[in-house]
Design a protein around this ligand. Structure first.
Ligand SMILES: [Mg+2]
Length: 166
């Protein structure tokens, strides 16, 4: 079963797959990044060296980055400070306002900005409601997620065919 409103423009295993060449191919200059299960696993408060390296590489290429998370402001601020990125939290995804706030404050061009995240009913929908390109990533260590997040995964697989692979 497939619902077209739940299809991302692009689906990848991990943000590390989003190379500069890949972004160029899709004419993307800025990324709004979900945090939990996208840049780090749910329970970890640390971001891996590989992800930090990816963030650096993106910035060296001039890609605009901003964290857009539904997490508590204080917790996300701590992560944002460690990775030296601006942030919007709590973003109240799937509502589009957090994405719009990030785009406005960062002066991103909406046409070349993508929302990147692991949750169909938060990240993907927020990106679509905000009128952005959407990139769905496979969640990092989904077994660590709390029950309320895990509960949504089977439904994600039903509505989103790209989820059928994991
Ligand atoms: Mg997430």
């Amino acid at each position: 079963m497939m619902f077209s409103c739940f299809q991302p423009n692009l689906s990848v295993d991990c943000v590390l797959d989003l190379t500069w060449e890949c972004l160029q191919k899709y004419h993307l200059q800025s990324l709004l990044l979900d945090v939990d299960c996208t840049l780090k696993s749910y329970r970890s408060s640390d971001i891996s060296p590989e992800i930090l390296c990816w963030i650096n590489t993106m910035q060296e290429h001039g890609v605009g980055l901003c964290l857009v998370s539904n997490g508590h402001r204080k917790r996300i601020r701590g992560i944002a400070e460690r990775v030296r990125l601006p942030f919007v939290a709590p973003a109240l995804k799937p509502l589009p306002f957090g994405c719009w706030e990030a785009i406005r404050t960062m002066n991103f061009d909406k046409k070349s900005t993508a929302m990147v995240g692991d949750q169909v009913f938060a990240d993907l929908l927020a990106g679509k409601f905000a009128g952005l390109f959407t990139i769905l990533v496979a969640p990092l260590r989904p077994e660590e997620e709390p029950w309320f997040a895990r509960m949504k995964r089977p439904l994600e697989r039903i509505v989103c065919c790209s989820r059928s692979l994991f």
